[in-house]
Design a protein around this ligand. Structure first.
Ligand SMILES: Cc1cc2nc3c(=O)[nH]c(=O)nc-3n(C[C@H](O)[C@H](O)[C@H](O)COP(=O)(O)OP(=O)(O)OC[C@H]3O[C@@H](n4cnc5c(N)ncnc54)[C@H](O)[C@@H]3O)c2cc1C
Length: 399
């Protein structure tokens, strides 16, 4: 096998691993380069949307994820002060998707499912503990310098996919601007075994909870609840993470006599950013390397997976069938435009709805949602938008 016939993928997160699997299943060899010594046990993403489950199903992955997660046929928008809520039932989408539900499953379960499939393919060379130090391009090839367990080496391939996350070395090496902004507040995520379902009536597995002062998200994953709170931008990290402060946030949600068990506490910076370009020659970026958004709606990883389900078949078409490289510009038009028009706008709107200060406006929003849900046509239209089905169809229609 000539190395120019393969694709180099930088980053073994959900997006890089999935890109690698799509390519090897089409007979295209890959080399997957990951800086860390093993796959991350990453708790960030935990919601898989219906169309993503359809796509992963085509790779034979969804059947392995389902038993590792929780099927969430409904999700809710709630008002924290009054308890009023609107509940969305995804089963109305059954003629629009093979998976009319969200799957609550931590993102590391995806990468851990995909890795053995890559190893079994015989077409994936996987390099852990390996940093990319430089990238050079020829007309039909990409050459990278790496530093790994065997010391410095040179690797080459026909294309390179940068799936190396928000701080992306690949994006920076290509000199691509990452336009947008960073929110002043960070998001604190606490994971606990505390049975919120016994204290907050009719909780779904996914609950977006609006409040004038402290909105939050309560999400179920197997055996645990994850609660996300915004934090005070003026507080230093040590104060935000101070145990009494974290306990106070949870007690504010449901007061108990004993202190909460806390399995994980993590503080995240949150951004709304989109790369100015998704391509420089034979180097293409995808996933968080190309776009970042707030997690209110669970669209970051899903959007990144949609990127590579769009990109990789185009790479196969070019490498196997001699299709024009214009397809790579089409990838950028389809995925970048839809990220700006849909994912960025939707997630920013979600945040605005959740932090609305006027109680009357918050309750009106919930009342409007309930009215809309009572009309089957409007409910389907809303759920298609909110669960990324429309975005995919619109992207595919861009020429
Ligand atoms: C609190 C929170 C909750 C979230 N919830 C959801 C959700 O429910 N649903 C959803 O869709 N999204 C969610 N997201 C977003 C989701 O976590 C990310 O969009 C997703 O991880 C992006 O995957 P990725 O593969 O592009 O990048 P990453 O997961 O960041 O993976 C990048 C990989 O590249 C490696 N790497 C980096 N630099 C190099 C280098 N130079 N050389 C080699 N390897 C390198 C890293 O080690 C890492 O393994 C959430 C995010 C947060 C913060």
């Amino acid at each position: 096998m000539l190395s120019k016939d393969r694709v180099i993928i930088v980053g073994a997160g959900p997006v890089g691993c999935t890109a690698a699997l799509i390519l090897v299943q089409q007979g295209v060899p890959v080399v997957l380069v990951e800086r860390e010594p093993e796959l991350a046990e990453d708790l960030r993403g935990s919601t898989f949307h219906p169309p993503t489950l359809d796509m992963l199903d085509d790779l034979g992955v969804t059947e392995h994820l389902l038993p590792q997660g929780l099927i969430a046929p409904t999700y809710q928008y709630r008002d924290r002060a009054t308890g009023a809520y609107a509940e969305f039932d995804l089963s109305v989408l059954k003629s629009h998707t093979r998976h009319p539900y969200r799957l609550q499953c931590e993102q590391y379960k995806l990468t851990r499912t995909v890795l053995p499939m890559l190893e079994a393919s015989g077409l994936a060379e996987i390099r852990f503990s390996t940093q990319v130090t430089s990238i050079d391009q020829g007309r039909d090839s990409v050459t990278i310098a790496i530093d790994g367990p065997n010391g410095p080496e040179i690797l080459d391939g026909r294309y390179l996919i940068g799936a190396d996350g928000g701080p992306s070395m690949v994006r920076k090496a290509m000199g691509i601007e990452f336009e947008g902004f960073t929110y002043p507040e960070r998001f604190l995520v606490v994971t606990t075994k505390f049975p919120f379902e016994d204290h907050l009536e009719n909780l779904s597995y996914v609950n977006y909870i609006s409040d004038a002062e402290e909105f939050c998200v309560i999400l179920r994953v197997p055996g645990l609840w994850r609660v996300l709170f915004p934090t005070d931008p003026d507080e230093v990290e040590a104060d935000v993470l101070e145990p009494a402060r974290v306990e106070g946030l949870l007690q504010g949600l449901v007061a108990t006599d004993t202190s909460y068990d806390k399995a994980h506490i993590t503080l995240y910076r949150v951004h709304q950013r989109v790369a100015k370009s998704y391509r420089r020659g034979n180097v293409i970026i995808a996933g968080d390397a190309a776009h970042l958004n707030n997690p209110l709606g669970g669209m970051g990883m899903n959007g990144g997976l949609h990127d590579v389900f769009n990109l990789c078949p185009k790479l196969v078409d070019i490498m196997r069938n001699g299709a024009s490289e214009d397809l790579l510009d089409l990838y950028q038009r389809q995925r970048r435009d839809i990220t700006i028009e849909f994912i960025q706008n939707q997630t920013m709107q979600n945040k605005k709805n959740m932090e609305q200060t006027s109680e009357a406006e918050r309750l009106q929003h919930i009342a409007d949602l309930r009215t809309m849900l009572a009309d089957p046509e409007q409910a389907v239209a809303f759920l298609r938008r909110n669960n990324m089905i429309d975005a995919l169809e619109r992207a595919n229609a861009i020429t």
